[in-house]
Design a protein around this ligand. Structure first.
Ligand SMILES: [Zn+2]
Length: 68
């Protein structure tokens, strides 16, 4: 199979999957539980899947930081 044919095949499969709505376009966000580095308040931060360092502002003191 040529590269061109493989690409077309892959695109076709994606289109079909989208048509059947079996492909999740937006993957579920994960939640990171972290502690504020300033005041120690627990914070829940939304993160994209696989992301571990997310910028957030503490819900208690508003201190901006990144999750570890
Ligand atoms: Zn804080």
């Amino acid at each position: 199979m040529s590269k061109q044919a493989m690409r077309e095949e892959a695109e076709r499969l994606v289109r079909e999957a989208l048509a059947r709505k079996t492909v999740t376009v937006k993957q579920g966000e994960t939640r990171i539980e972290t502690k504020c580095g300033k005041c120690g308040a627990p914070n829940r931060v939304k993160a994209a899947p696989g992301e571990t360092r997310v910028e957030f502002a503490c819900k208690d003191c508003g201190h901006k930081q990144k999750t570890m």
